[in-house]
Design a protein around this ligand. Structure first.
Ligand code: IMP
Ligand code: MG
Length: 199
């Protein structure tokens, strides 16, 4: 019988991982896909007159959301990626953003849609939107997030306007569907929580 709980060493810290059946499903695969289809339709409607939509996804967390969402968008798109880090191996935001890769083409006069997995304290998106606006005079800038944790918003962060939101969730740490804990669980097809007895 395979061990149900394993301990890994990540950057010198012990990290326990659970098997998918030990996690609590918060949003199942079917519900995610149904919602993404609606979001894709809404996005396609907004940009129906647009020649080109530039989608900028924030990695790593948004990779699965992006991959599924774009299949439901039927306007011509170009995909760009940036990478920002804020969590390290913890379940709480470090409070500072580490820009790992901000390489982007010139976005002047482009219709730009940002795609992010989750908005928690709001720090990451607030940082990135300010950064983008300081460098690029886009034609339009909108934001699609899969998950919004409104209760977790930091009072120090200016409100971030979300144009397309998948689901509102409570202030608990979630994994799966791109979201990780210390790099693990991103591959799960659903959004899940780590049960309190395993925290
Ligand atoms: P914020 O800067 O606090 O809004 O957090 C945004 C980033 O933190 C997201 O892009 C995620 O990568 C990560 N994050 C926030 N909440 C969670 C969570 O519940 N699980 C996993 N990652 C999270
Ligand atoms: Mg992220």
């Amino acid at each position: 019988m395979k061990e149900r709980q394993m301990t890994h060493t990540v950057e010198n810290s012990p990290i326990k991982t659970l098997r998918p059946d030990q996690l609590t499903t918060v949003i199942d695969e079917e519900t995610i896909q149904k919602r993404l289809k609606e979001m894709g339709a809404a996005i396609s409607e907004t940009y129906k007159e647009t020649d080109k939509l530039v989608i900028v996804a924030i990695l790593k967390g948004s990779f699965m959301f992006l991959a599924d969402l774009v299949r439901y968008i039927d306007v011509p798109c170009q995909l760009e990626f940036v990478r920002l880090a804020s969590y390290g191996n913890s379940k709480k935001s470090s409070g500072s953003i580490r820009p790992v890769d901000l390489t982007l083409p010139n976005l002047a006069d482009e219709d730009v849609l940002l795609v992010e997995d989750i908005i928690d304290s709001g720090l990451t998106l607030s940082f990135f939107i300010d950064y983008l606006q300081s460098l690029h005079k886009t034609k339009s800038l909108r934001l699609a997030v899969l998950l919004n944790k409104p209760e977790a918003r930091s009072p120090q962060v200016d409100p971030v306007a979300i144009d397309y939101c998948g689901f509102e969730v409570g202030d608990e740490f979630l994994v799966g569907y791109g979201l990780d804990y210390a790099g693990f669980y991103r591959n799960l097809p659903c959004i899940a929580a780590i049960p309190p007895e395993h925290q």
